[in-house]
Design a protein around this ligand. Structure first.
Ligand code: PMP
Length: 350
């Protein structure tokens, strides 16, 4: 606290990201990163872009928006890019989600949503997941200003079908519905194909997970032109150059390397399925995951205790001290070897 602070700062409760340990040899299954290195084409593109560091980057990141548009069969002016999807989300909260009626999101979801709401003064209401930890579209049929839901949801990993999302869109023709698809490439159906038919849909994706580029900080939104224009107006009132030339070059190469993308996601999905079987055999209840993480609780052991013991054994997983989910662990799908170490350690603990 300081007398120099603006008044808004006193009331913020900032987001706390998962730990990034300094020690080597830790099995890091706590922040849903991709366990594999990104496409070698990304590294080559970044190296080739270093001769442009003297200059400011393209403020519109045109080549990247063109690459994303070509991949998703839309036009570049339906694409907005930002410094990680967190920045895209932040601009979305400010530009599109602040209304008199409350913003709705699940009670158990990405914990940055209440933080952005606090930062931008967005009035919100949490809609409880059902007893199976699922988002029930019918529960959103109530007065609201807008809706944001991750698909698959985090930290549960459970996906909604594209039909369920279309129902959400038709239930709320006069409210914006944001679908946060940070984990969509690991097994859920993207809503991007619904953008042409629904002017109230904004889809947000990231290169952090399925493209293994969490360190590069690139995310994007896809929606009809008026929504993208709102994001551009906020961005151009905030930072003209959110993406550096290295990020733009690396992201273009990543979007274009379909071969790497397909192989890496298939490998993670296969490892996820064997991890789920192993956890099940150890007495865990595991929610059905369409993401690169699983959400699991043990029948006999507390989540906090298991997370602490795993940490002592050199394996980091994420635990949330939050009602309803305090006995769950969110475990990122690592390499086969990393998941093997986790399971071996759990066998000793249980
Ligand atoms: N949405 C969800 C649901 C997430 O879990 C994350 C990762 N913490 C993000 C968005 C943000 O990812 P990034 O800023 O790396 O794109």
């Amino acid at each position: 606290m300081s007398r120099f602070w603006s008044s808004v700062v006193h009331n913020l409760s900032p987001y706390v990201p998962g730990e990034q340990p300094k020690q080597h040899g830790i099995v890091k299954l706590n922040t849903n990163e991709n366990p594999y290195d990104p496409s070698p084409r990304v590294l080559a593109a970044i190296a080739a872009a270093t001769d442009r560091l003297r200059l400011y980057p393209d403020p519109h990141a045109t080549v990247l928006r063109e690459a994303i548009a070509a991949r998703y069969d839309i036009t570049p002016d339906e694409v907005f890019v930002g410094n990680g999807s967190d920045e895209v989300l932040a601009h979305t909260f400010q530009a599109l989600l602040k209304h008199d009626a409350p913003l709705l999101f699940p009670d158990i979801t990405y914990s940055f949503y209440p933080v952005y709401s606090g930062l931008y003064g967005v009035n919100y209401e949490e809609v409880p997941l059902d007893d199976g930890m699922r988002v029930q579209i019918a529960d959103y049929r109530r007065p609201c200003g807008a809706i944001i839901v991750p698909n698959p949801n985090a930290p549960t990993g459970i996906a909604l079908s594209r039909d369920a999302i279309e129902t959400l869109l038709t239930d709320h023709p006069d409210q914006l519905v944001v679908i946060d698809e940070a984990y969509v490439d690991f097994g859920a159906a993207s809503a991007v194909s619904l953008v042409a038919r629904h002017d109230n849909l904004l889809v947000i994706q990231t290169l952090s997970k399925s493209r293994a580029l969490a360190g590069l900080r690139v995310g994007f939104a896809i929606g009809q032109r008026p929504l993208i224009e709102a994001l551009e107006r906020v961005k151009d009132s905030f930072n003209s150059y959110p993406l550096g030339c290295l990020a733009i070059a690396g992201a273009v190469a990543a979007i274009k390397d379909d071969e790497w993308f397909t192989a890496a996601r298939q490998r993670i999905i296969a490892t996820r399925e064997s991890l789920i079987r192993d956890l099940f055999e150890l007495g865990f209840e595991v929610l059905p995951s369409a993401a690169n993480f699983v959400f699991a609780r043990h029948r006999a052991q507390s989540g906090a205790q298991l997370a602490a013991r795993l940490r002592e054994g050199g394996v980091l997983v994420r635990h949330f001290k939050k009602p309803r989910i305090e006995d769950f662990l969110r475990i990122t799908v690592g390499t086969e070897e990393q998941c093997g170490r986790l399971i071996a350690l759990l066998r000793g603990l249980i």
